[in-house]
Design a protein around this ligand. Structure first.
Ligand code: KIV
Ligand code: NA
Length: 265
């Protein structure tokens, strides 16, 4: 294997090769995702939902993100590992943002961090980049601002918001970000932004013209069965399959079928 770097992602965009990205939050899952040649593994703050059962991404802490990230890092040989700075760890001031980013890099061994927002967090992005830490941006439906939006519907349909998104994307590129996630925005806007930037965009619910795609691994595997947005393609139905397998185990135990003669000492 050849390690994926922030530089290789730029080369993929140049060559028209789409970038694949998936989340992972623990060692066992990250092993499988990495071995399947996914280019970028995101230790997303969506761990707050998928791993901890919170309704939003807001409650997860920096310490918890570092725990997830270090578990993932121990599993990965090839992918670039990007870690979300959680809500509250970078918005108050640039120095705190840098301290949080440094903690993630030092304590987990991650390769890059991701922050939500544009103009509002410019000084923080600058400081982190100046410390030599690669930064991925995240624009559009930024879940840490869910209480400002009030809903998880598509962002930047109105012209003013689309123009701000384009400005923010250009700003993040100019500051030195290596890539930008575009979440739940019109496909046409994704196409426009992606063609104007030299750094790769990674879309989720943002159409086919992003330079790469990202999904939450639990959604792709069908472990989350109550979550049905239009953009989600399920590749398995693990919620049903795991439930059925576990049901067979329970039945076997009850029926005194497990363990059998060969399965004991
Ligand atoms: O936390 C996350 O999973 C994310 C992706 C959906 C982009 O930020
Ligand atoms: Na996130």
């Amino acid at each position: 294997y050849k390690r994926v770097t922030v530089k290789s992602l730029g080369e993929m965009k140049l060559q028209g090769e789409k970038i694949s990205m998936l989340t992972a939050y623990d060692y066992s899952m990250a092993k499988i995702v990495d071995a399947a040649n996914v280019d970028v593994i995101l230790v997303g703050d969506s761990a707050s939902n998928t791993m901890a059962g919170h309704e939003t991404t807001l409650p997860i802490t920096l310490d918890q993100m570092i725990y997830h990230a270090s578990s993932v890092i121990r599993a990965v040989n090839r992918a670039l590992v990007v870690v979300d700075l959680p809500f509250g760890s970078y918005q108050s001031d640039p120095k705190e943002a840098l301290r949080s980013a440094i903690r993630i890099m030092k304590e987990s061994g991650a390769h890059a961090v991701k922050l939500e927002g544009g103009e509002e967090i410019k000084e923080s992005v600058k400081r982190i980049l100046h410390a030599g830490i690669p930064v991925m941006g995240h624009l559009g439906l930024t879940p840490q601002s869910i209480y400002k939006f009030g809903t998880y519907t598509v962002r930047a349909k109105a012209e003013a918001e689309a123009e701000k998104l384009m400005r923010d994307a250009r700003l993040l590129e100019k500051l030195g970000c290596f890539s930008i996630v575009l979440e739940k925005i019109p496909a046409e806007l994704t196409k426009n932004v992606s063609s104007k930037l030299t750094i790769p965009t990674i879309g989720i619910g943002a159409g086919g013209d992003a330079d790469g795609q990202v999904l939450v691994i639990h959604d792709l595997l069908g472990m989350t069965h109550e979550f049905n947005p239009r953009f989600l393609r399920r590749y398995m139905n693990l919620y049903e399959d795991m439930g059925a397998a576990i049901g067979r185990y329970v039945a076997d135990v009850k029926a005194k079928d497990f363990p059998n003669e060969q399965e004991q000492y």
